[in-house]
Design a protein around this ligand. Sequence first.
Ligand SMILES: NC(=O)c1ccc[n+]([C@@H]2O[C@H](COP(=O)([O-])OP(=O)(O)OC[C@H]3O[C@@H](n4cnc5c(N)ncnc54)[C@H](OP(=O)(O)O)[C@@H]3O)[C@@H](O)[C@H]2O)c1
Length: 249
Amino acid sequence: MAEIDSRKTIVLTGASRGIGHATVKRFSREGWRVITCSRQAFAEDCPWPAGPEDHIKVDLADQEDVGIAVSEIRHRLEAHGGQLHALVNNAGISPKLKDGGRMNSIETPMHVWRDVFQVNFFAPIMLARGLFKELAAAKGSIVNVTSIAGTRVHPFAGTAYATSKAALGSLTREMAHDFGPHGIRVNAIAPGEIDTAILSPGTDKIVETIPLRRLGATSEVADIIFFLCSGQASYVTGSEIHINGGQHV
Ligand SMILES: NC(=O)c1ccc[n+]([C@@H]2O[C@H](COP(=O)([O-])OP(=O)(O)OC[C@H]3O[C@@H](n4cnc5c(N)ncnc54)[C@H](OP(=O)(O)O)[C@@H]3O)[C@@H](O)[C@H]2O)c1
């Protein structure tokens, strides 16, 4: 009989770079099995013990591909008694103008708007619903990665991005209500200016006004994601934790 893997398991989107990459490292360090999802194939030089068998190549902008990925993830979870302890919806896109400027509500083409909502908003709910049974079996939790741009106009983040993140924030509340009776907690984290490739030139000007006067590190975001998925947050659901050095005060 095949041996059942007793590690806790997380499914994490957008694992290849930035906040996602730091989150893989954090959970791996804590002994979790991390199933990573991104458009890239598994990079052989990745600094954690898991191999390609724990990586799913998926384009979250493609609904059909997301459906295929859900089936594949469920199949791979069978080796864990069909349990999923955490789903972290971290992948996100933030299209900018050619010069790095903000895409506004008047001119953003509808196809851009649709792509942004598919990746940032529809993919998270498709994954959460698709993996509902496994999350319920483990009394697991979901963390949706929103943004400071979801609650205020940002100088560089576009309107499609901002509204998709606001929608994801509301979805977190709705899901906490609906998933809670099944033992699944649902929270969000809203980063401010974190040092990753998503930032625009000119962010250094914003940093001058942030009370802590610096960018956030990806590891600082990963720590909060880990906390929310851990037993230490067992009575926390429907919340959105702001990680922004006081940028919104
Ligand atoms: N950095 C910040 O300051 C900041 C602030 C507020 C919110 N956030 C949010 O935090 C999350 C992570 O941001 P980050 O700065 O770490 O971003 P990043 O460095 O740009 O990385 C984005 C990740 O999303 C994945 N991704 C993008 N499009 C995808 C698609 N169609 N299908 C599958 N995966 C896709 C990318 O993987 P592949 O390219 O390999 O597919 C990559 O791993 C995002 O939701 C972002 O909106 C970041």
